[in-house]
Design a protein around this ligand. Sequence first.
Ligand code: M6R
Length: 585
Amino acid sequence: MCGIIGYVGDKEAAPILLESLKKLEYRGYDSFGFATLYEGNICVHKDVGRISEHKNLNLPGKIGISHSRWATHGGVTKENSHPHMDCKNQIVVVHNGIVENYQELKKELLGRGHKFRSQTDTEVIAHLIEEDLGSGFEAAVKKALSRIEGRYALVVMEKGSDELIAVRRGSPLIIGAGEHENFVASDIPAFLERTRNVMYLDDNEMAVLTRTGVRFCNIQTGEETKKRIIRIEWDAEQAKKGDYPHFMLKEIMEQKETIMRAINQDEREIQNIADEINKAFGTFFVGCGTAGKVCLAGEYIFSKVAKKHVNFVVGSEFPNYHHFLKPRTLMITISQSGETADVLEAVEVAKKEGVKVISLVNVMGSTLDRVSDHTFLINAGPEKAVASTKATTAQLALVTLLAYASAGKLEEGKRLLMETASAVNDMLNPRYEAHIKKLAEKLKDEPNIYIIGRSLNFPIALESAIKIQEVSRIHAEGFAGGELKHGPLALIHNGTPCIALIANDEVKKDVISNAMEAKARGAYIIGISPESNEIFDYWIKVPDAGNASPIVNIIPVQILAYHLGVLKGLDPDYCVNLAKSVTVK
Ligand code: M6R
């Protein structure tokens, strides 16, 4: 959602904050802001636009905070960019999350004479802290937060103080412990080039950072807490674009290795969880957006491979299912970031009913990783582009492996996925990309693209639509092939692009028939399939991957979406109106 970075140390804060915030741009990219403390005064710089295009920051001081925003409350304006201050410019706050009761708090504060400069919910926090500053900085922050409802991560600085106060409730905040300098950020890449030693803040925990150390306490009980330092082993280079023009293309190409990494799991753990699924009193797969489509694919894969019924429920709707939860129910969440608020809320609901939670997550140390009873890390490495690609196929691979284990065929599943990983490696070559780019050139001005698939590839049709929508802003919709004739066929006319996802399986003939029905109405048929067919106007060959066909079928659509975005002059890494990690409900 939004990106936060705070620094206190013996170096000038501004250049460090500027560089670090650029590494968090994927979290929010409509506006940004900085505040430093110099000779007892707060200096602020805010602007609208992309932080990556910002060159210099002339703010003095060795302590500071900054923020890249993804607007929720209040439009994209300089005034609404963070940081926000109180009436007397003594307190400065950056915040990720939503103050759910901000309207009543703002009314109260206005009634007591406070003057507001923005339309944001965040500004109430600065004014609340201001009211209690007499009792000391730390106490005032605690008191203010006792009034705030909602999930958040925030960092506060006070005029004249050499401390940064960071508090987390539901949104990520990580401390980077350096030498004579300390950092607090929404994500590790922000400071990874400066320190590999991190400490994860827990919910309702406060960190007080100075140049020489960090102390922690629980804001509800006031008790001091001890933290373990975790050493990050992955490389800062992994979170960079390298020679690629965009993260999205780099991450698509990384699928040469990531599928293999995802299935490289402890086989006993895979088997244990598969056995638990077999014994469970109902298993719910829960995720949002693309991860939700992987969950839906899980429903089909388990049904086909393990003859087992598992249920997919989208994260935000899961609370409506609480009636069906029993202590022997199992919840399997899928999330790249591990910070999606709708999924975390679903986990809270499940835990209240005593349900065991297993998660498939990419980000180690994320909230979901820490609140789950068991986590499988998909090991895809940092995914920065807003559009998920390599995490998606890694999740699909792991779900497939679990389904095979549930059927008592773990080795067979592993073999299939290893062959698929190797086929993906062969597939991702420059000629293949050029062939898809040629198609993108033909489709770039189309207003609509439709995608059909059946069985395992129905969820992939839905996921294909998300990819095309978010990256190219072309209206795209996915359907179960059989549904075309129940309505969507009315949208097809001469030349309408229709992508048919076809695997060598028992529904192959049916999807071809559905594509024919569209072709008879003038549709331009793009077949994604191991074999060509006379009805295709354009054929994109994929390997014959059997039950792993969802993995190989989504990859050409990822490449298509990428090139459509580029050809339309869009930045494929920063989808308009979207954020990488959706930490609000
Ligand atoms: O981090 P998560 O996997 O939980 O994110 C869930 C969705 O927000 C995410 O998949 C979103 O749909 C992507 N932008 C799709 O590319």
